[in-house]
Design a protein around this ligand. Sequence first.
Ligand SMILES: [Zn+2]
Length: 423
Amino acid sequence: MDVNSHAEELASDLGVDKEEVKADLQNLLEYSVPIDEAKQSVRRKHGDGGGSTPTPDAVDVAEITTDHDGVTVTVRVLTQGTRTIRYQGDDLTIREGELADETGTIAYTAWQDFGFEAGDSLTIGNAGVREWEGEPELNLNESTTVAIADEPVEVDHEVGGDRNLVDIEAGDRGRNVEVRVLEVDEKTISGRDGETEILEGVVGDETAKLPFTDWQPRSEIAAGADLRIEDVYVREFRGVPSINLTEFSTVTPLPDRVEVAEDAPRLSVAEAVASGGMFDVEVVGNVLEIRDGSGLIERCPECGRVVQNGQCRSHGDVDAEDDLRVKAIVDDGTDTVTVVLDDELTAEVYGGGLEDALAAAKDAMDKSVVADAIADSLVGRAYRVRGNLSVDDYGATLDATEFVPAADDPADAARAALAEVGE
Ligand SMILES: [Zn+2]
């Protein structure tokens, strides 16, 4: 059902103006309030409590589907994270995490503080079910009851939010990490409350490195600091998981140095793509071809997007700026990835900078000579590529920070040769 139909149904139930109901609903949905919560809220506003709901049947976690309206479950709380969202113009503190029983795990959002913690065994009555990124999620709201379970719930899953960075995924809530701060920068952004200071940077442990944002800048977050950071949430930023510190996150200096992996984890292209996005990863493969949009390109001076014939999709007719880039398809026998080289890496593989490329294009009266020259030197050869991998509906993209002939390293060359045999 769309907002219109929901509004129509509500308006007729409540006997009030449909446009008013629709405006209320839309306002709530804008702040990602689930439709059921939004409808209840609108009902309350118009003096209808919605009546009492009978407690639904108890189900196993694995049985829950988005077809359930409400369920009763007996579960162990695996994790709990705290976050503030804006709801009807007010800041509302919500708690999120994962619950489990012996049949499986499920994410939850609690719209009020029920007072439970990670490790607690609970019977949760009349939890709403909503779909979140294709999976069912439990919604604990005003109609939900929470009681300590009669017996502890035994689960195979780790209780608590401690994780190594390599295991951190976008969507994680209530995670705790022990890391060294590798880079940190202060930044001013225009947020929903005007200009805000934030910190951005990179943290590492012995398994991986990840970008982070601290929305509540803390003095403990300094380059070289070794820290335990509790209650962070993880969202995707530029295609890779990014750690977010909120006002609820705690930061404690660690007495010992946190060892940080020097090398990026080396994965097959298939493994890297299956991760859904990784910060600082390494693959080795052969360049199959150079894609359109490589070599001498033009960018919009406003937004930096690549433009064709001086036309930016957002800014129309612009005075485009010349730049160098390579988009190379790299194959290691397991899968392919589009490797993007920035102007510096492109200059290395081209053997000349922007001025050289412009001169060559002028001589030939054809810009494509630059991409052709790059293709001549890259295609059919094996490279070790390190960078940040993002995956979307259009495929996998690796923004390279290093792009080195694999032949320089016998082990890489052997791996690349194997990939060729696998073709
Ligand atoms: Zn533009």
